[in-house]
Unconditional design. Structure first.
Length: 441
């Protein structure tokens, strides 16, 4: 562990600290000069907020609040106290701006360092960071976390897979941090180029939802490249809370992500009623930043669907864990009246050993009822006969809607040169949204 006194603290000790931090946060915000926070907390008595049990008495914050107060309206400190500004990865409209004080930057580095150790990183490692650098939080977050751990950080950023592979080999990277789709692309190109003997032990993957089936394929592909076991672990975060490092899968027990709840207090609520859900039941993840100075959030509605687990992990950490994110309340697809999450499709697809990791989802909206079309690649150049029918039946059973399944030879579908891959596409006319050559679909 990077910070054993926090990561292995008893539940009683943790609750005592959380209650004090929550009280101080609400007291500070309610009496700040910031108009947003004074108005949002006008009906809250800070003296009554003494425990995590008092969370339901507090209002929610949302991404819309950040947009409505763009750019600095939610700052809880004078703007001159902010030493860094970054932005979310929103695809439309203005980005949501987030800010950090010097202490916030230090907290960010620490929780990422904890995440790295969770994945099996060591201070003498070489950490290759292939997340995008710049306004978005992923690249810089992993960079400063790696330095806080003591690792040698290679700030490769995204794109240019040929150079990335050269650096991975020449510098002897022990860890690779990037999106799961880029990790698969690097594995494909390494295999095609005959690259072998890489030293990578762990993949630290985030910024995209990904399934257990994709984990299996990634670990197998990288084991083939390195000649030894390689583990793929999920890192979770969002810029509005701090960035990557809110929660992390450990090397010992994948499947649940440790939430560093001495900094980020988690709740899982029924999105329809806002009531807390029992342990193990899926709902919307809501987070409160207990220690953030520049731009704290209270009961922030992430939109991410997960479940909460408590108890000591086999790794010895006592933080609560969230299940891997199933999807988002706002990326749920509605097909013929049925709710479908893209990750459900990935999970069902990639259980097939014949399939490669690349796939795309097309929503055909040319008729009154939207239909679902799924494209996937097989490993190699020959499509096994009857595999499309097998997959269609499996998907219909899992999703409760029957899709059209189109299989392609390996290397057919568009690839992400870096950053996140676009999985869901709309077909609104006869133009192919995947940009495949005529006959490719």
């Amino acid at each position: 562990m990077f910070r054993p006194e926090a990561e292995a603290a008893s539940e009683a000790a943790r609750r005592e600290v959380q209650g004090r931090q929550l009280h101080e946060l609400i007291h500070t915000l309610a009496r700040s000069r910031n108009a947003f926070w004074r108005e949002r907390l006008a009906d809250v008595d800070p003296e009554a907020i003494r425990s995590v049990d008092d969370l339901p008495a507090l209002p929610f914050t949302t991404k819309a609040d950040l947009r409505d107060t763009y750019p600095w309206g939610m700052l809880a400190v004078p703007r001159s106290f902010a030493v860094r500004a970054q932005a979310s990865t929103g695809l439309t409209g203005k980005p949501t701006i987030v800010a950090y004080t010097t202490r916030d930057v230090s907290t960010f580095a620490e929780v990422v360092a904890r995440s790295l150790v969770c994945a099996g990183a060591r201070p003498d490692d070489v950490l290759h960071v292939a997340f995008s650098y710049g306004l978005f939080t992923d690249g810089l977050g992993l960079h400063y976390g790696g330095e806080r751990l003591g690792a040698t950080v290679v700030p490769a950023s995204s794109g240019n897979a040929t150079l990335q592979l050269q650096l991975l080999a020449d510098l002897g990277a022990d860890g690779l941090a990037c999106t799961p789709s880029f990790a698969m692309l690097l594995a494909e190109q390494a295999r095609a180029a005959g690259v072998d003997g890489l030293a990578v032990r762990y993949l630290l993957l985030g910024a995209e939802p990904w399934s257990e089936a994709l984990r299996t394929k990634l670990e197998a592909a990288w084991r083939e490249l390195t000649g030894h076991p390689v583990i793929a672990r999920d890192i979770y975060g969002l810029s509005e809370v701090i960035g990557p490092g809110v929660a992390m899968e450990c090397a010992e027990s994948p499947g649940g992500l440790h939430v560093f709840d001495d900094h980020f207090l988690p709740e899982v609520l029924d999105p329809a009623t806002d009531r807390p859900l029992p342990e193990g039941e899926r709902g919307e993840l809501v987070l409160t930043t207990l220690t953030k100075e520049a731009l704290p959030v209270i009961r922030y509605r992430t939109g991410d669907i997960t479940a909460l687990q408590r108890g000591t992990c086999t790794c010895g950490r006592t933080h609560p864990r969230i299940e891997r994110i199933e999807g988002r309340t706002d990326d749920m697809l509605i097909v013929q009246g049925v709710n479908v999450f893209p990750r459900e499709i990935e999970s069902a697809l990639l259980e097939a050993e014949e399939l490669h990791g690349a796939y795309a989802i097309v929503l055909d909206r040319r008729e009154t009822l939207t239909t679902l079309e799924i494209h996937a690649e097989v490993t190699g150049t020959a499509v096994p006969p009857g595999l499309d029918a097998t997959l269609r039946a499996r998907l219909a059973d899992r999703l409760r809607v029957t899709p059209r399944v189109v299989l392609h030879p390996e290397g057919t579908l568009p690839r992400a040169s870096g950053g996140t891959v676009e999985r869901v596409h709309d077909r609104v006319d006869d133009t192919d949204p995947l940009g495949l050559a005529p006959g490719g679909a």
